[in-house]
Design a protein around this ligand. Sequence first.
Ligand code: IPT
Length: 992
Amino acid sequence: MTDHVTVIPPTGVVPARFRPPTGSSDARTASLDGPWRFRLHPTARTGADPKDPGDDWDTIAVPGHWQLAQAPDAWPYGTPAYSNKLFPFPIDPPFVPDDNPTGEYRRIVELPEDWPTGGRTYLRFEGVDSWFEVAVNGTVVATSHGSRLPTEIDLTDVLQPGQNLLAVRVTQWSAFSYVEDQDQWWLSGIFRSVTLEHRPDAGLGHVGITADYHHTTGTGTIRVDVEDAAPGTRVTVAELGLDLAPGETATAAVDPWSAERPRLYEVVVQAPGERVVLQAGFRTVAIVDGVFLVNGAPVKLRGVNRHEFDPLRGRSVGAELMEQDVLLMKRHHINAVRTSHYPPHPHFLDLCDRHGLYVIDENDLETHGFEQEDGRWPGNPVDDPAWEDVLVDRVTRMVRRDAHHPSIILWSLGNEAGGGCNIAAMSAAVRALDPTRPIHYEGDWSSDHVDVYSRMYATSEHTELIGRGVDPALARPEADARRRLMPFLQCEYAHAMGNGPGGLSDYDDLFDRYPRLMGGFIWEWIDHGLSRRDAEGREFAAYGGDFGELFHDGTFVADGLVLPDRTPSPSLLEVAAVFAPVRLDVVDGGDALLVRNRYAFRDTAHLTFEWTLSHGSSVLATGTLDLGVLAPGASVRVTPPADLPLPPADHTPTFWTLRAVQHAADALDASWFAGGPWVVATGQLAVVPAVALADVAAGGARQEADGSYVVGPARFDEVGNLVTLHGRRVAELRVDAWRAPTDNDRRSGMWVGPSDEAVWKERGLHLLAERKISAALDADGALVVEARTAGPRTRNGFRTTYVWSSGADGSVDLRVRIVPDGRWTGSIARLGLLLTLDEAAASDVAVSWLGLGPDESYADSAKAAVGGAWSHTVRDLQTRYTHPQENGARRGVTHAALDFADGSTLTLDAGPTVYGGVPRAGVELSLRPWSDRALDLAAHPHELTPDGRLYVHVDAAQHGLGSAACGPGVLPNAVLNPAPAELTLRLTSRGL
Ligand code: IPT
């Protein structure tokens, strides 16, 4: 007897076969999706009789996870649970706890009246998590596992005429949970579709397509193999005039397939009993001299790792969301997907073929939890011969299901599963099934069984060494020599958790510079925040612990480029700018833009290069540049036209902005183009830089009889605290050097040393308070306030001199110099002023600014930001990260106007700003209707409520973001080390 802890491949099943696109075969199918009878039992020994039709049981929707059956409102069948790599049960393979929620499913199956006679009838499961047993009319016919892999069972001999009772028992935990330890929610059940499939006599069993492209001749070679082909089976490619026998090879002039130009040819495979229409793409993947080539051209993978995720339905993802993912990726210049860490729903691969994405298809295998015991992976199934058949079966089912997809360019044996004998076995199996694609597996550190050298989260320093070919040698010289001839891939990098990643463009520059570097895959596409409601009925995105799990990994499941509802987070906009296939980068010290065509196959004929000359919110001139047509890899330097109508230099910078715009789409672009035209790339030069604020005032301050001070519209108490500004109460004005830690701030870069947050807390930055040392009028009549700002337990602090004078038009000018005081080591989060104003409707305050925008940017995540005139409300300046943290900074701000509900306006003009002796363009501005402390303490964005104040951060500089949540921290080019800062601000009010 086999059960859920017997380590053998599925029983009673037929061999996996290719999965053509839905509807592409004329063989009959019948969907079994819809309501099924369901009952959840606490253990695998349910005692339920497979003959019991469950007429009085609940009903549940198939496909779906039982934990999410009534999400977001109710959780009648247990709750989701999140753990990353640690097993939520004892490591005791192949055993699992007796507490093992087990679903009993029932459905009456009746073949439609017009179901063909003859042939066979298969029952197909596209995905069931984790182990299941299938009984028909009371008799067990099959057991299976491999949650993200298909299972087919031949029911021909067990189906009776009329009604049949299908009984499926699904356990949450099984021996196979040990090899499905991916970093995601534990979710169970029949979560992909179930179908009945007629397999006609003389039909098509398994079909394989080999379609190569020869870039030197412009021809393609196609061969379609049909397993056990029935006599008379033919293969036609009408467009190419081909009519072939199975296994016959033909060569013709073709357009190749690539992610840039996803050209597909219809291939009709006609057997006497079945006709299938497939989409073939001609393309050749090769590794030559350590360089990864598609169709003979070096290709850089600008990729993302994608888990399947729907905030309501978990991994039960519908076709619409799959397509939304693909289109969002295309529109943000992502050209590759790693299907982390299991084969996706097959329809996703059809979409990648059609819209054009390179795919690493990954086996359903991860045994990460074995690593934690001393890092040596004791008992790892990957190194246990007893598991060989199971693991080879898995990888075989993936390759046989998916090999006809041109989008797949690499097979991956799995993720984080350590090393061992079964890696070699799986690799050999894949090579035997498909010799045309290279093999990937990051866990094979010496690259013995793979074709590309892969790492995750390698630093940019290490990546550069690999690019240059001078990375540390392997102990075995022959393995080292072999690996040095492999291209290098970062299968995961730039961890997108919360606000981040920073440093993406540093990696991208390296990928461009070194031919050996074939690019990488950002971790990861989407935050897996599951929708649920709080006690007041407010829906929010839940992460680990939000379902009361006693063992969980908290926020680590929310680490995507898009929020759970697929709202792009600012990082996706940064990705679009960094990954842009045409880049317009500032060169020659800011005098020119370098236009680089980074397409591998496409020239720039589909783009127009449009420029705008702007001064603040006014557009002075526009035009189009004729750059000719740039071939793939070509570049050209451009400068603004000589006859630009430049305005006189003033406090507002004048920008010449060049955009590469795609206005129209041909047939190969049309699918993702909807909503166009699309700006493919933006570059910008400050043709007339902003000059410093004119005439910073001196003097004009006075002391009142009660000892308080007045400087134009600003009133101070006798020790120099600002108490009102233009009649508005000021709760506080002080120096600030802290921020609500990001997920990256909270962790140690490369898992070593203290986190930035720990360093900042050690220095007391989270509890800064300001002591006024003195307030006095100086010889010019300005109010000079000396202050020291510091946190508890430390001698470190900041010495600040504020110089207040009343300016023209009722404004007040402030010059500030902040000097770190003490023995500082390590970074600080920011350095600047925090102005807290009383404002009941702070969220509604409208902000318009001149500076970088429209979205947030940070020192190491600023490629998407463009200088210009922008506006938002304070509400919309916030980014609602699934886990609240620092967000919303706008850099390079020279001017901002705040419009309050009472009709009054406060404007702020900035400059010059100096940090560490280096001048900076403008200030960094952040506004919030709540404090940074509240932001830090909130677990979810809906918990944040305006507190009646407007918090205005005006910073000389802020620390970068980095990727320390998993990987390197902030790189030296974006670390904020304590240094003297100078700010000059003019505050003006109108309407009071
Ligand atoms: C890496 C995993 O492969 C991935 O699934 C995910 O968990 C990621 O980390 C973090 O979000 S493994 C890590 C130990 C480098």
